[in-house]
Design a protein around this ligand. Structure first.
Ligand SMILES: [Zn+2]
Ligand SMILES: [Zn+2]
Length: 332
């Protein structure tokens, strides 16, 4: 589907996942095309991508360049297969490149560290097992490719009559990038800004020390950008970037308030806090599967760590468990 003159949206299926599709964007140039994100590695997704290219009279070999917004499986998983089939050049951010080895190649070590991390944040040892291995299935959906070009943010990528500025927007992932076309007022927003859902922002072994703070800063940077159309990686294309950013920032402020209210009685671990919050997927903690319980916990931690930076909460470690409490107000 041509969603803007010269830009096609390809809907690559994400099987058995509530998101349904990844929106990949194809921009046609004189010497090959540029693709933003690939979809994940499943036979159905690869087939669908090839069929949609075929519908445009193209093959994988016509894709000269791929920009990966971030290396989550649904955006990056097909990179290796595309690379095998075509001399396509891949570009992604330095901090995404830095995640690949640990996340997709030497994953056993990361998993082991994850188990310890979860216990430190209050998960009872006997419950840690399923949470520790909860992201293992994602490995099947990734074939690794390394970037031919490392991005830092600030680069201009020329394709046809598009001049795409690379905007580094950390938060959902440390090296997430958006692409901005100033003369056409288009923003390819990846998972950074979505019209209906908010992306998971987690504090974990691969996030920075304050991923939610990074995320909010990255959103605020986009606030005043002249943008007519936002082309996100999930859901639908939309207008009204500034209003959507306002809503997302407000949502996280509300969530912080909810977390603070769990701390009125006594210090609690992130595990015990997360159990008390409402979760939109199943609402009740006990009905969340291991993957969602872990995401819920690391998301709670992202809010707690941001509030710790803001001086609203403190954390203390006792008996090997980290607990958070309301900051004691000092001063006159
Ligand atoms: Zn993502
Ligand atoms: Zn995604």
């Amino acid at each position: 589907m041509e969603v803007f003159p010269g830009v096609h949206q390809l809907k690559v299926p994400i099987d058995q996942n509530a998101l349904g599709y990844l929106n990949s964007y194809l921009i046609q140039g004189d010497k090959g095309c540029l693709l933003v994100d690939t979809g994940w590695n499943s036979r159905g997704a690869f087939q669908s991508l090839k069929e949609q290219l075929d519908g445009l009279g193209l093959t994988l070999r016509d894709i000269a360049r791929v920009v990966i917004t971030h290396v989550h499986p649904d955006h990056y998983g097909l990179a290796g297969l595309i690379k095998q089939a075509s001399p396509t050049r891949f570009a992604f951010h330095l901090w995404e490149k830095a995640l690949i080895e640990e996340r997709y190649i030497e994953f056993a070590q990361l998993q082991n560290k994850m188990g310890k991390f979860l216990c430190r944040h209050g998960v009872p040892r006997q419950q840690a097992g399923p949470l520790e291995i909860a992201s293992m299935p994602a490995l099947d959906f990734v074939t690794v490719a390394w970037p031919d070009e490392v991005l830092y943010g600030g680069e201009i990528i020329s394709i046809g009559d598009f001049q795409l500025e690379v905007l580094w927007t950390p938060g959902h992932s440390p090296g997430h990038v958006c692409l901005y076309e100033p003369s056409k007022k288009l923003l390819f927003s990846g998972d950074h800004v979505l019209p209906g859902i908010t992306p998971n922002v987690s504090y974990n072994l691969q996030s920075g020390s304050n991923p939610l703070g990074d995320f909010i800063n990255s959103l605020n940077q986009l606030r005043r950008l002249p943008v007519d159309l936002v082309l996100p990686a999930h859901e639908h294309i939309f207008e009204g970037l500034e209003d959507r950013i306002q809503q997302i920032v407000g949502h996280h402020e509300d969530r912080k308030g909810e977390i603070l209210s769990t701390l009125s009685e006594e210090p609690l671990s992130a595990f015990l806090i997360a159990r008390q919050l409402s979760w939109h997927i199943r609402d009740d903690w006990d009905h969340l599967d291991a993957y969602h319980q872990r995401s819920a916990m690391t998301e709670t931690l992202a809010h707690l760590e941001m509030m710790r930076m803001e001086g609203r909460v403190e954390r203390h470690s006792r008996d090997g468990v980290i607990r958070y409490e309301l900051a004691t107000l000092t001063g006159s």
